[in-house]
Ligand binder design. Structure first.
Ligand code: 5AD
Ligand code: SF4
Length: 466
């Protein structure tokens, strides 16, 4: 195994010095707005970014146009994510014409793509800072340089393998928290750009993860989500993922969830953990991607349809009420109608609570981007629509089966669609809305499920006598 460079305490101290220097500057930005695109890993990174910008003396500005510093934390997993990021950034050029002092920063997965930083430097000179996924911790130094050198800073590193501890953070809320346990991915599924932009797998030490969870618990966390591109291949200080889960479970945080899992690495110990751990919620996101063995092979997923179905059977044997969700790609290069039908029949057989479906999007530099693809886009669109219709019917059935049940809900937010209502999740991960106000946010409430909608449940609060 190659030596893993660790960002030293001295380096973090150096960055803290830059935070102090920026804070002391009169002409620095005083407010910031972060646009976080893509997955939970990016959302978690945005909490570190918010922490660093706060330490630099800036406050969050909810209205993007009014912020002194706008930062895009980008995604590039599919082409539309990338187009959205680039479209937004180009729009900022106009804003900058009216407010020349505005600082524009772009980081995250998209900037880490091959040739992207050079392209941005040449074509979008109004961007003040471009950084990548491996040097996020240097944000304070870069902001300082933009302010002192008064010219754009473009720094994207190719090295990876670092685990950075001790970055400041400003969490979204105190009651449900994301905790990174590993970074990167070594799987190289042939459609996926993540291994190229997030680098090789590296795990945090179990002690560091447990300490962070303990601190979050002491600050009031009711639910934590352990995060990694592929948490099942976690290996920190000799501990496997299931070992880590047992350690975290002992802390007594009421709810633990994790994502994302790879079917090829889902261990027997992890399946057993669903039956044993008190705080592990009966919910699992287990992306299947396709129901065809031929397609799975060309995707380099390294499991079969039969293996996947067997995992589902075993999970349900241990935890009958487990809620399963999945990701599915339609129209992978060369996917025949017959192979697509195999995905449909797998979805019928498994009966996911929900599935996120995507039309295959070629990503430059990945192996599948070189595969011949003769299926017209309209055919792919028709296929995905059939899949969405099928999954919606199955989701509705799963939600309808919850009606009449009593569920413990951790209230997350005031409902945006439903005036006078709040929403939160059941252990299985279903969203329930019921009448209530913001004072319930972050608290557990018992609810009776009264009806099922397309994606959410409705309920009424049960007030039990003490
Ligand atoms: N095209 C379409 N979907 C993709 N995903 C990843 N890469 C691609 C791609 N090139 C999907 C997978 C993955 C989810 C996060 O995004 O289903 O599980
Ligand atoms: Fe991408 Fe596959 Fe890694 Fe998931 S497991 S991030 S799909 S390469």
């Amino acid at each position: 195994m190659k030596d893993r460079p660790i960002v030293s305490m001295e380096e973090m101290e150096r960055q803290r010095e830059y935070m102090r220097l920026v804070r002391a500057m009169g002409h620095r930005p005083h407010s910031y707005h972060i646009v976080s695109m893509g997955c939970q890993m990016n959302e978690r990174d945005s909490e570190s970014i918010a922490g660093m910008l706060s330490e630099m003396g800036m406050v969050a500005q909810p209205v993007r146009e009014q912020a002194d510093l706008i930062l895009y934390n980008t995604c590039c997993v599919r082409e539309n994510a990338e187009n959205k990021a680039l479209g937004n950034v180009i729009w900022l050029k106009e804003l900058k014409k009216t407010r020349p002092e505005l600082m524009i920063c772009v980081g995250g997965c998209m900037t880490q793509e091959k040739d992207m930083a050079a392209m941005m430097k040449a074509r979008y000179p109004f961007i003040d800072l471009v950084y990548g996924t491996h040097n996020l911790y240097k944000l304070p130094e870069y902001v300082y340089r933009v302010l002192t050198e008064r010219r754009p800073v473009v720094e994207v590193m190719d090295i990876d393998g670092e685990v950075v501890e001790g970055m400041p953070e400003l969490r979204r809320n105190h009651f449900n928290a994301f905790v990174n346990i590993m970074y990167g991915c070594d799987n190289f599924c042939t459609y996926c750009i993540v291994p190229y932009v997030r680098g090789r797998e590296r795990s945090r030490e179990p002690g560091a993860v447990v300490e962070e969870c303990k601190r979050l618990r002491d600050e009031g966390a009711q639910e934590i989500m352990l995060l990694g591109q592929n948490v099942n291949s976690y290996r920190g200080g000799g501990a496997a993922f299931a070992d880590l889960l047992y350690q975290v479970d002992r802390l007594g945080i009421p709810r633990i969830r994790f994502m994302t899992s790879h079917p090829k690495d889902l261990s027997d110990e992890l399946i057993a953990a669903f039956g044993e751990l008190e705080h592990l919620m009966p919910q699992l996101h287990l992306p299947v991607q396709s129901g065809s063995n031929e397609v799975l092979k060309r995707m380099n997923r390294r499991y079969t349809r039969e293996h996947y179905l067997d995992l589902v059977k075993r999970l349900r044997a241990v935890k009958p009420e487990i809620g399963l969700t999945s990701d599915i790609i339609v129209g992978f290069p060369g996917e025949t109608l017959e192979q697509f039908e195999e995905t449909m029949s797998l979805v019928e057989a498994v009966r996911f609570d929900a599935a996120y479906t995507f039309i295959y999007s070629p990503r430059k530099g990945t192996r599948a981007a070189e595969y011949p693809d003769d299926t017209p886009y309209e055919v792919k669109s028709e296929r995905i629509q059939r899949l969405i219709d099928l999954q919606q019917a199955i989701s509705l059935e799963a939600l309808t089966a919850q009606v009449g049940r009593r569920e413990r809900v951790l209230v997350e937010a005031v409902s945006t669609r439903d005036a006078g209502s709040v929403g939160g999740k059941t252990p299985r991960g279903h969203m329930v809305n019921f009448p209530g106000d913001a004072s319930l946010i972050g608290h557990f409430v018992d609810a009776e499920i009264t009806s099922a909608g397309r994606n959410t449940l409705r309920g009424r609060r049960i007030i039990t006598e003490a």
